[in-house]
Design a protein around this ligand. Sequence first.
Ligand code: FES
Length: 264
Amino acid sequence: VLGGIAFGVGYVVDASTQVLGIALSVAFAGLTIGFAAWVALLPEGPFVEEREQMTSSAADRAALADDLGQADGGIVSAPLPRRMLTLALTVLGLAALLPVRSLLGTGLKPGRSQRETNWAVDVPVVKEDGTFIRPDELELGAAVTVFPQDRKRGDDEAVLLLRVDPAHLQLPAQRADWTVNGIIGYSKICTHAGCPVGLYAQGAGELLCPCHQSVFDIYRGAEPRYGPAARPLPQLPLGTDDQGRLVARGPLSGPPGPGWWRRS
Ligand code: FES
């Protein structure tokens, strides 16, 4: 009962998926324990039935009906488990109705929150530990995950920096100056369903998403080459500041991650 109530409250206040999962786990664990406890109330065997006579006598049937109705351990007369089961299933049933709100279009909407990140003009590029990064730190073939100096959306703002041979790059003309010494930056969040695109096939010049095997061409603006992703990984325009540290020269070329929200 408490698990079902917690699920309902959690859904209404937009608690995380983990909290909703824990609430459902508690609810079903409670049901499991309840059923186990109910089993303990059943009469214990062993029971032996004579097979010659397949139909019970009227007297036996009357005795059984009496037995089931007894207050001291009879099945029918054990009211607490039955009432608790009814209550638990009722609460769970009501909690299961709440997600209907999502179908009515009245729930919270993401607005522009999915579109905006902290990547902007002159925002320093930092490593996971918050330290700045200089172009000469990355050797040919290197790949490192970086973030804007002040993160707004946490891991959603992760960018993968790759150092490639500039002669291989075939970027769109307007992105010709978005790289520094062959260092190129792409959003690390897959445009299919949001997994981290963490596999770098250096020889083939491809980034691979391990979730559903989307493949992105790092030389051609991370255009998808294979798999379910239909949109390229957004690219980060890169430059250096007056101290030679890598900085962003503007926002990502598009919203990071999957695009199931309204983009216009
Ligand atoms: S999340 Fe990357 S291919 Fe599905």
